[in-house]
Ligand binder design. Structure first.
Ligand SMILES: [Mn+2]
Length: 287
């Protein structure tokens, strides 16, 4: 099934910025209440309904070989965001080269490929799905919004953690020059991005009035089936613990091999199949 026009446009002039935030507060769950399950049928597109927000969110999913998770993620996110009346586009950036996985570079690419039609992004793990409808994906006007906060993420609890799900408006992502492209293999690229945000004096926000704790998200994490690529060699470890002042949005080299617009249970998703370019002299650990 192919859907040609996935992104729904809205006349900007009449639009009030009702992003659903106020309405959601009334629905916030009381302590110890279980979040209601989200319906799986895809909602109708907003068209030019002015009760939907004026902002446009790109959900950027760095990805490789997790198609079973995608089948669950895309319909869930489409339903979840539509319930909050958030105009959105789900973009899966699928790494098709033979290098080690580079989550940060894939996010940079997702941003560059959506920045003309979306004014904010969510860097979004495919294995982390919001279950509490009160968790707002509204436009983060004042600073990056870290939804997968340490007290909500089922697995990562250190105070400077900014991984999992992080919302930034376009201007804030640009001022950091995006993420470092040096992080081939798993981990630490989000910690380096925390320092980038801090250096630019961005105020990192976290959700308020969310009482579902570690049940706020469904985390599909299977270490036996999906061993993380943690091996390091050469000076990779020392080099990736340092702040990278060089690489980012303006240095990334890649090629879009193909684009696919799909529907999964009527929920639209764009898949960008990309090939990353590795600078073997600068980051020999990419192979
Ligand atoms: Mn995970």
């Amino acid at each position: 099934v192919t859907s040609l026009c996935l992104f729904i446009s809205l006349p900007q002039e009449k639009c009030e910025c009702t992003n659903g935030h106020e309405a959601l507060k009334e629905d916030a769950l009381l302590p110890h209440q279980q979040p209601p399950t989200v319906k799986t049928s895809a909602p109708p597109p907003p068209g030019d309904d002015p009760t939907w927000g004026q902002h446009r969110l790109a959900i950027i999913v760095p990805f490789r070989d997790r198609f079973d998770e995608l089948l669950e993620f895309v319909p869930h996110m489409h339903q979840f965001l539509s319930a909050q009346r958030i105009r959105h586009k789900i973009v899966v950036v699928n790494q098709q080269d033979k290098h080690r996985f580079n989550r940060a570079a894939l996010i940079n690419i997702g941003f560059l490929e959506t920045k003309t039609e979306c004014d904010y992004i969510a860097m979004h793990d495919v294995d982390l799905m919001p279950m509490n409808p009160a968790l707002s994906y509204a436009y983060p006007a004042d600073g990056p919004m870290h939804l997968a906060a340490p007290d909500l993420h089922p697995k990562y609890h250190y105070p400077t953690f900014v991984g999992g799900i992080l919302l930034l408006k376009r201007e804030h992502f640009e001022v950091t020059n995006g993420l470092s492209n040096k992080y081939w293999g798993w981990g630490r690229e989000d910690d380096e991005f925390y320092v980038r945000m801090r250096d630019k004096k961005l105020q990192i926000k976290r959700p308020k009035d969310i009482y579902t704790g570690y049940d706020t998200f469904k985390h599909v994490h299977d270490h036996n089936r999906r061993p993380r690529d943690n091996r390091r060699y050469g000076n990779q470890k020392a080099d990736t613990r340092r702040r990278d002042h060089i690489s980012g949005l303006d240095t990334i080299e890649y090629e879009i091999l193909t684009r696919q617009d799909l529907l999964i249970e009527s929920a639209p998703v764009t898949i960008l199949n990309v090939q990353l370019t590795c600078d073997f002299l600068r980051t020999p650990w990419c192979v």
